[in-house]
Design a protein. Structure first.
Length: 305
């Protein structure tokens, strides 16, 4: 079995829990996930099986799409609804939707973000959440992330009793983005405390939440001998890479690890990326990368034949 599973991760499960469960269901150790989801976050969790595990680095690096909710009025230590309230800024009046939209627009593009203390980022060999659980806050280096889209998707709802305001959003972002931190930073840009009150991943690696299947469904398909119907081609693992169609001769050369030059493969001369997926008849043949020492030469990074 080689390919990608579009798994719907339910709340309460870690990404590792899902992988461990699938190793038992599918009777194979060659399984990995394409990007961690926090336990309380639901949605698309791409799973690589068999040969597709060789592409996990690309799956993890691929951009993701999330839909969630921001609540303005108080912040928590974990930056989401599961944490303890650490600061409040009661809203005596509603914040206009137009003001929120304007603030959100300023986060689109390349921005700097500081990882939250409750995260698995390692500093001095220790994960940040381990420091946080000990009540220790340390300096974290900022990261550059890319926000492709950040938009409000619902009316703004004002709660006059709790002095809070909430709205839903959609964000398309690069690897390494902490959406809960984005929510907190948005609140700060509005001069308020805030947190991410809900989150769901709706797309990753070309997989959409509408087609995602639960672990229970996967088990049912396995028991009825229809598991192959749920397996996507391994090409879904490199959905973020530029894709170039090969001729028959080029495909046969790629299968045995041939290097390509921009001179003999003109499509490469216009390619700005560092890697591309080489396809033949819609199927992934190899992933190519720029040669680190020879300008104008592309060498195979992963070959599937």
């Amino acid at each position: 079995m080689n390919g990608i599973l579009n798994v719907y991760k339910e709340a309460g499960w870690t990404s590792f829990d899902v992988v461990a469960k699938l190793r038992g269901l599918l009777k194979t150790k060659k399984i990995g996930h394409g990007g961690t989801l926090d336990p309380e976050v639901t949605g698309v969790l791409p799973i690589a099986v068999g040969k597709a595990t060789r592409l996990l680095e690309y799956m993890e690096a691929a951009g993701k799409v999330y839909e969630g909710e921001v609540t303005l009025g108080f912040s928590t230590d974990t930056e989401d609804a599961q944490g303890k309230i650490i600061s409040k800024s009661p809203l005596e009046n509603e914040i206009p939707a137009s003001e929120i939209d304007t603030a959100m627009e300023k986060f689109v593009g390349l921005i700097q973000q500081t990882p939250p203390m409750y995260s698995a980022v390692k500093i001095n060999g220790k994960k940040l959440y381990e420091y946080a659980r000990q009540g220790v806050t340390i300096d974290r280096p900022k990261r550059t992330i890319n926000i492709h889209e950040f938009v409000r998707t619902s009316p703004v709802v004002y709660d006059s009793v709790n002095k809070t305001e909430s709205f839903t959003f959609r964000v398309s972002c690069s690897k390494g983005t902490y959406v809960r931190t984005l929510s907190v930073d948005l609140a700060k840009a509005l001069g308020l405390e805030g947190h991410m009150s809900k989150l769901q991943r709706t797309a990753a690696n070309g997989l959409k939440i509408e087609e995602a299947v639960t672990l229970e469904q996967i088990e049912s398909y396995r028991d009825t001998g229809k598991l192959s119907e749920l397996i996507y081609p391994i090409g879904y693992a490199v959905s973020d890479l530029p894709q170039i169609d090969l001729s028959l001769d080029q495909m046969e050369a790629a299968r045995v690890g041939k290097k390509f030059s921009e001179a003999e493969f003109t499509k490469l001369s216009a390619l700005k990326a560092e890697r591309f997926a080489a396809l033949y008849d819609g199927k992934l043949v190899a992933v190519y990368m720029r040669h680190p020492e020879k300008e104008g030469i592309w060498k195979p990074n992963k070959v599937f034949g």
